[in-house]
Design a protein. Sequence first.
Length: 275
Amino acid sequence: MRRTLQSFVALSVVVFFFLPSRAQSFRDELNLGVAAYKNSHYEEAIQHFRRATELDPSQTVAHMYLATAYVSQYIPGVESEENTRLAEQAIEQYQFVINSDELNPKVNASKGIAYLYLNMKKFDEAKDYYQKASAYDPNDPELYYSVGLIDWTRCYQPRMEARSELKMTPDAHLDGRNPEQKKMCEQLRAQNAGLIEDGIGNLKKAIELRPDYDDAMAYLNLMYRERADLECDDPGARDRNLRTADEWVDKTLAVKKAKAEKQPSQPRPTAPNRQ
């Protein structure tokens, strides 16, 4: 994510010089912010970008830069008040870009918000913004993969909690002949069935757009196992889904092997001359 944001700044600075003429102070603040950001002086960059948005609020490039600087200081997984505030400030600036009339920046702004919500474990909001981004850029496989990942996360956690509650091992299947397990299966089916189908559809779309997308294949395997787990009354359907899952495991391994074989081999070190 950091590399993507840095690339965005590097590319966008070229676009900036073709913007219509504005007050010199706005240009100065934006240029000073870019220079500070490139030197990893993020606090200084934030001050300059914030000043630029105050001088000309209509320029989405300044809001995008300001959001980028906030994200550069955000630490995924840290739930401190300060860290959360950084995410919220970035989201505010990204949202300004999304609400603007310019189409191109909306994709990166939507991805930025989705990324932050995902790391804040706000899965519904993250999924919503990944879907917004895919509406702007329907050919990006990573957006569909991200939705599939969120769907799997939301299915897996309650399934593990159910296993713990029933004192079952994580890999044990729910048995429809057991009244307690059957009741739990029905609850999980009501909660997870829609997410599973949505996840399978999105992961397949990601693979359609990127046929060697091994990460998407790996999660598609997991999604079919989630589906199999809900077939507590139909062992045949469960077995079919598990076989499909195994097929995706094999495809994942084959793609990883093919990628590894395409990597240039490292030259072997030459033995020292002992003359």
